[in-house]
Design a protein around this ligand. Structure first.
Ligand SMILES: *Cc1c(COP(=O)(O)O)cnc(C)c1O
Length: 218
């Protein structure tokens, strides 16, 4: 529990939010963290997210942070708070279609690929820029595009990670300036995990996603 308290404080001192990543954790442990006041939790698999949503408090704000297939979208749209892993215009359109049937609005982040690792999903930056320019994003009125998300490469040293986070910060500013200047909700840069959240916060993260560090000492 000490880690949870320590990391919450550090995030707060940077005015950033902490998202607790509960994948593969038991409900008991999640409830313990919830009882300390944590409200934002995230899962990387849609099925797991639905299961935990059904079993745990309805006061939890659920985020999806993993790859989402279009045929799974409909299971999430009735309740999910934010989908951080939107990596194509087509996926965003499908989310919009389902959310509008549920008569609500949800928040999304545009996931950007920060390294060449083949396992990572996400927009290649120049392709995202092309898409924002040419695809009819503004017709997706059930979505609030709140910012960007990125995952630092797994094996790189801290200097390489810092560079990736700096790049994401710069992409965010570019996108904001060109497409979301008037949108005060376009303000989130989701970056930083257990191993690299301090660097991410120093480089401008507004949302860190912490799993193992928080659960390891429960
Ligand atoms: C698992 C996961 C995290 C949390 O990772 P930890 O290293 O356990 O903190 C953050 N973001 C994504 C996208 C993840 O899949």
């Amino acid at each position: 529990m000490k880690n949870f308290e320590k990391i919450s404080k550090i995030a707060a001192s940077f005015n950033a939010k902490m998202v607790v990543v509960s994948k593969m954790q038991t409900n008991d442990k999640i409830e313990l963290i919830f009882s300390k006041g944590q409200r934002i939790f995230a899962e990387n698999k849609p099925q797991e997210l639905v299961k935990k949503y059904n079993q745990l408090s309805n006061k939890i704000e659920w985020h999806l942070i993993g790859h989402l297939q279009k045929n799974k979208v409909k299971f999430l749209t009735p309740f999910v708070h934010m989908i951080q892993s939107v990596d194509s215009f087509e996926l965003a359109s499908v989310i919009h279609k389902h959310v509008s049937q549920n008569n609500r609005k949800i928040d999304i982040l545009l996931q950007i690929k920060l390294s060449d690792e083949e396992t990572k999903h996400g927009f290649i930056p120049h392709i995202l820029m092309d898409s924002l320019q040419s695809d009819p994003w503004q017709e997706l009125t059930s979505l609030r595009i709140c910012g960007v998300m990125g995952i630092g490469s797994l094996n790189s040293d801290i200097n390489a990670k810092r560079r990736e986070f700096k790049n994401l910060f710069n992409y965010f500013n570019d996108i904001k300036l060109n497409y979301f200047k008037e949108a005060d909700f376009f303000k989130e840069i989701s970056m930083g995990m257990s191993d690299d959240y301090t660097i991410a916060l120093e480089e401008g993260s507004t949302m860190i996603r912490i799993g193992s560090a928080v659960f390891s000492d429960l």
